[in-house]
Design a binder for this molecule. Structure first.
Ligand code: C2E
Ligand code: MG
Ligand code: MG
Ligand code: MG
Length: 292
């Protein structure tokens, strides 16, 4: 009808809108080309216990953009998701994470670390999800018991029965599960109890507000108590200073991830943090693309 057509026409000729749409399309094409040129890679951010021992690492996708340097997911994930390209990125990340885990398993200092992988909603609800995960584990020889999949509350409530069933199946193979950004979504004790979970990750917004913000500390304490009564591990992410770390420890959180300890980095930099003879065993897999 006339009104809708008028609106559509207005939008089409609005130069600001048009530029935004064009930029989005360009980015979409660039992501596609980037996938074909294998520009997507994985950084790892170590996780530590209270004795400063590295106990795990989170796999975080990066795009080695030929002109713009190393890009974090904030620069492309939304567009990739909307364009239906996230499953291709997810596959790369899961494969690289499992390959790396299998390599680390051969180094004494790193053999016990877990590797956490962020799962997207699109990936979780794909029909092939379970087979894909099991196939990558079989193909890489990675230990399923060292793989941790990070899900968010909002992803889970989309289709709780299906999510629960998939988690249970993978759990039978030893795979572990964490809820990422915990405290920012819909959390009910009822569903937490039903899910085969292993870990809650306290969202960094609460950690960032420490040590001064009493409300955030209150929420963190509640999360730690909840994790305790459900028998779940709890880890704080986004720990940037010693005051935050100490307060977390005093309140019963014994696992940490954040810039205070280490930033996300290519796998060989993680190995380089370990004793020299072990670092030498790590293969150099750094692509030729320019650095950040
Ligand atoms: P996330 O899973 O909550 O990951 C933590 C983010 O916090 C990472 O950002 C990490 O670099 C950042 N971070 C870690 N420590 C600190 C700190 O001390 N201070 C601050 N300010 N930030 C810290 P990144 O790598 O940009 O990832 C952002 C988000 O993108 C992730 O949040 C995750 O939701 C998503 N993402 C990353 N990699 C993947 C992936 O492979 N697949 C999917 N589906 N999503 C991913
Ligand atoms: Mg995460
Ligand atoms: Mg998080
Ligand atoms: Mg997040």
């Amino acid at each position: 009808e006339a009104k809708a057509a008028g609106k559509g026409r207005l939008r089409f000729f609005d130069p600001v809108m048009q530029e935004a749409i064009a930029r989005r399309l360009r980015l979409e094409e660039e992501i596609l080309r980037g996938l074909e040129a294998r520009q997507f890679c994985v950084y790892f951010q170590p996780q530590f216990d209270e004795r400063q021992k590295m106990v795990g690492a989170e796999a975080l996708v990066r795009w080695r953009h030929p002109e713009r340097g190393v890009l974090a997911p904030g620069a492309f994930i939304e567009v990739a998701d909307a364009a239906g390209l996230m499953d291709r990125i997810d596959r790369i990340v899961l494969l690289r994470a499992c390959e790396q885990m299998a390599l680390w398993a051969r180094l004494p200092a790193l053999s016990g670390v877990t590797v956490s992988v962020n799962i997207s909603a699109a990936q979780l609800y794909q029909d092939s999800f379970i087979d894909d995960v099991l196939q990558v584990l079989a193909q890489t020889g990675a230990d399923p018991a060292r793989l941790k999949l990070e899900l968010t509350e909002s992803m889970l409530i989309t289709d709780m029965p299906k999510a629960t069933e998939r988690m249970r199946t993978l759990k039978q193979h030893g795979i572990r599960f964490a809820i990422d950004d915990f405290g920012t979504g819909y959390s009910s004790l009822h569903y937490l109890q039903q899910l085969p979970l292993d870990q809650l990750k306290i969202d960094q917004s609460f950690v960032r507000a420490l040590p001064d913000d009493a409300n955030s500390l209150g929420i963190i304490r509640a999360i730690i108590a909840m994790a305790g009564s459900l028998g779940l591990e709890v880890i704080a992410e986004g720990v940037e200073n010693q005051a935050q770390r100490d307060l977390l420890q005093q309140n019963g959180c014994h696992l940490y991830q954040g810039y205070l300890f280490a930033r996300p980095a290519p796998a060989e930099e993680i190995a380089a943090m370990m004793p020299l003879h072990e670092a030498e065993l790590s293969p150099s897999r750094r692509p030729a693309e320019p650095e950040e």
